[in-house]
Design a protein around this ligand. Structure first.
Ligand code: SAM
Length: 290
C-alpha cells in the first residue's frame, strides 16, 4: 500500500488537520488508518467490479475509497453533517461514489436501493459500524428483508462472537438466534485496536452475514418465536421450565408448563443455551398452537 490512500496515519492526520476536525465519541467515530486491513476486509465481502455497495458511516472516506476501487458503485450514508464537505474533497477523484447525509436508523433503505442501483445489480452492505448502535442497525437491516447479498461489518469482538455463536457456548443467546434466522454468520477477521484513530477501548472483529433466501426453520409467528427465545435466555442459569413459567405466568402455572413441555417432548430441565434453532422453532410453534 502506498501513502496516497486516506486510510494511513499520515493521510488521516493531514485530513483532520486541514479541516480542524475533532472526533465525536457520541457518534462512535473511530477511523481506520491501515489500508491493508481494509484490503483484507474487502477480500471477505464478495464484492467485485459489478457490485453495488452500501456503506454506513464513511467517516473521512478511508473504507469508501477502497470500496470504490473494488466495486461498481458505492452509496455511503453519513450522519455527521461536518463530514459531508470533507468527503466531497477526499473522494473527489472517484466518480462512482455518492455520499448522502443520512441517519441509517431513519433511512428508507429499500427506496435508496431502488433509486441508486440497477434493478438486477447485486448489492452488498459493508461498514465499520459505530459501535454504540451495532445491534439496532443490524436488526433494522435484517428485519426489513432488504434485497442485498451480504452484510460485512466491523464491530465489537464480543458482539461478533455472540452473533456467530454455536449452541452450548458462552456467547450463544437470543441475539445469535435473531441474526442466524436471517443469515449465515461468520467471524472472518480479528482486528487490533492499533488500526483505529482514536483507538477504541474494545477489541474488534469483522463479521460477515450472508443473507439466507429463506429462514432455516419454519415458525408460525416470527414475533412470537423471537420473544419466546428471549424468554428462554432471560436468566441464563435457569432451566427452560423456570424461564417459561415466568414468561407465561399470567397464562399457565408451573405444573401446566411442565406438562406441556413433556407433551411437546422437550426436556424442561435443559437450559436455553443448549437448544438449537430447530428446537427453539419446535418449542415456539408448540406453545403457539397450544
Ligand atoms: N468508515 C470510516 C472508517 O472506517 O474509518 C468511519 C467509521 S466510524 C467507526 C463510524 C462512522 O459512522 C462515523 O463516521 C460516524 O459519524 C457514522 N455514524 C454514526 N452514527 C451513524 C448513523 N446513525 N447513521 C449513519 N452514520 C453514522
Amino acid at each position: 500500500m502506498t501513502t496516497k490512500f486516506i486510510a494511513t496515519p499520515t493521510g488521516t492526520k493531514a485530513i483532520l488537520a486541514k479541516y480542524k476536525f475533532f472526533f465525536k465519541k457520541s457518534l462512535g467515530q473511530n477511523f481506520i488508518i491501515d489500508a491493508n486491513v481494509l484490503e483484507n476486509i474487502i477480500s471477505h465481502t464478495g464484492i467485485n467490479k459489478d457490485s453495488g455497495v452500501i456503506e454506513i458511516g464513511p467517516g473521512i472516506g478511508g473504507l469508501t475509497e477502497q470500496l470504490a476501487i473494488h466495486s461498481n458503485k458505492v452509496l455511503a450514508m453519513e450522519i455527521d453533517q461536518r463530514l459531508i464537505p470533507i468527503l466531497g474533497d477526499t473522494l473527489s477523484e472517484y466518480g462512482n461514489i455518492e455520499v448522502i447525509h443520512q441517519d441509517i436508523l431513519e433511512a428508507n433503505v429499500i427506496a435508496l436501493l431502488k433509486h441508486h442501483f440497477e434493478d438486477n445489480q447485486v448489492v452488498h452492505i459493508v461498514a465499520n459500524l459505530p459501535y454504540y448502535i451495532t445491534t439496532p442497525i443490524l436488526t433494522k437491516l435484517l428485519q426489513e428483508k432488504l434485497p442485498v447479498e451480504s452484510i460485512t461489518v466491523m464491530i465489537q469482538k464480543e458482539v461478533a462472537e455472540r452473533m456467530a455463536a454455536k449452541p452450548s457456548t458462552k456467547s450463544y443467546g437470543s441475539l445469535t438466534i435473531a441474526i442466524q434466522y436471517y443469515t449465515v454468520a461468520e467471524v472472518v477477521m480479528q482486528v487490533p485496536k492499533q488500526v483505529f484513530m482514536p483507538q477504541p477501548n474494545v477489541d474488534s472483529a469483522v463479521l460477515k452475514l450472508t443473507i439466507r433466501d429463506t429462514p432455516p426453520v419454519n415458525v408460525d409467528d416470527e414475533d412470537y418465536f423471537f420473544s419466546l427465545v428471549q424468554a428462554c435466555f432471560s436468566q441464563r442459569r435457569k432451566t427452560l421450565r423456570n424461564n417459561l413459567t415466568n414468561y407465561f405466568s399470567e397464562k399457565y402455572d408451573k405444573e401446566t408448563i411442565s406438562a406441556m413441555l413433556e407433551e411437546f417432548e422437550i426436556d424442561g430441565m435443559r437450559r436455553g443455551e443448549s437448544l438449537s434453532m430447530e428446537e427453539f422453532a419446535k418449542l415456539a410453534n408448540s406453545f403457539y398452537r397450544a
